[in-house]
Design a binder for this molecule. Sequence first.
Ligand code: NAD
Ligand code: GDD
Length: 331
Amino acid sequence: MSGINAVVTGAGGFIGGHLTRALLAEGKSVRAVDKKPLTEWYQVHDGADNMVADVSLRPLCERVVDGGADEVYHLAADMGGMGFIEANKAACMLSVLSSTHMLIAARDAGAERYFYSSSACVYAADKQTETEVLPLREEDAYPAMAEDGYGWEKLFSERMARHFREDYGLTSRVARYHNVYGPHGTWDGGREKAPAAACRKIAIAALTGEREVEIWGDGEQTRSFMYIDDCVEGTLRIARSEVTEPLNLGSDQLVSINQLYALVQDIAGIELTYNHIPGPLGVRGRNSDNTRITKELDWAPSITLRAGLEQTYRWIYDQVAARIDGRAYVN
Ligand code: NAD
Ligand code: GDD
C-alpha cells in the first residue's frame, strides 16, 4: 500500500486545490495530481504528495492510484466558462480520455470510492430557454441534448461511472456542479466564468478610474452561482454518501448577469455604466433544483451570492492590483 487515503486529479486547478486543502485538514494523506508544472498550480499544499502527471495517459493513471487509494476524486478536465467551452469543443471532449483511464485505473487498483465532477452542462438545452427558467431536476438530463462538446463529454463520463459501478462494483458517485466561483479560481485568460470576469473588470475599473464595463449579451440571461466552500463540502458529502445517481450540487439563488454585475459594483463601491456587447452566451437561463440533495443528504448549498462575492472580489482585486504593480500572484 502507498499509504495514500485520497487522490485528487485536477488539484492544480480551482476546485481541486480547495478540495485537497479540505482533505488534508481532515488528516488524510492526499496525492494531488495535475498535468500543469507545479509553478502553475493555483494552490500547492506542502502536506500533499504533489504529482505532475497527465491523466489522459493510462500508464500515468496507474501510477496516480498506485497502491489503491480509499477515495479517488477525478476533477481533471480541460474546461472553462462560456468563452472557452464554446470555442474549444474538441478539447473539452478529449477529457473523455482522462475520465476513462482514471475509471479503469481506480477499478484495477481496488479504489474504495470514485467521485466524478460532472456539470450542469449535461442538462437538455430545451429546458433552459427562458430567463425565468424552472430549476433543473436531475431527471432533466434526459432525453439528452447536452451543451455541445463539453456537456456531452460530461454526460458520457458520468454514465460510464454508473456502468463501472453496476458492472464492476466500483463505488462511484457523481455531482453535477453548477457554476462555481471563489478565490483561487481562474480570473482571466479566457477560461474565467462570469463571476470572476465581473470581479476582474470591476476591480480594473476601481483601480484605473475607467468607468465603463462590458457585459456579453443583454445581461438578462440567468444563472445560479455556488461559492467554493459549499462546493467542497457538498463534494465530500456526495462522495461519501450512499446516493448512487448523479446529484445537483449548486446554488438555487437565481440571478441575471446584470444583477451579478450590480452586486459586484455595490461591493466595490463605485458607479459604473455597462456596454452590452456580443459574446458567447450559452443557455438563456439555468438554476439548480435542490429538492433531491436536500432529501438525500439533509443538506444543500446555502452561502449567499453576496457573501461569496465579497470574498471573491477582494481576492481578485488583490490579483489585479498586483499585476498592475508588476508584482506576482498574491495569496
Ligand atoms: P480548473 O480548470 O481550475 O481545474 C482543472 C484542472 O485539471 C486544471 O488545473 C488542469 O490543468 C487539470 N487537467 C486538465 N486535464 C488534465 C489531465 N489530462 N491530467 C491532469 N490534469 C489535467 O477547473 P475547476 O473549476 O477546478 O473544475 C474542476 C472540475 O469540475 C472539472 O471537471 C470541471 O469540468 C468541473 N466543473 C466545474 C465547474 C465550475 O464552475 N468551476 C462547473 C461544472 C463542472
Ligand atoms: N465568462 C463570461 N465572461 N461570461 C460572461 C461575461 C464575461 O465577461 N459577460 C457576460 N457573461 C455571460 C455569458 O455570456 C453567459 O451567458 C453567462 O454570463 C454565464 O457565463 P459563464 O459563467 O462563462 O458560463 P455558464 O454559466 O454558461 O457555464 C458555466 O457553468 C457550467 C456549470 O453550471 C461553465 O463554466 C461550464 O463549463 C460549467 O459546466
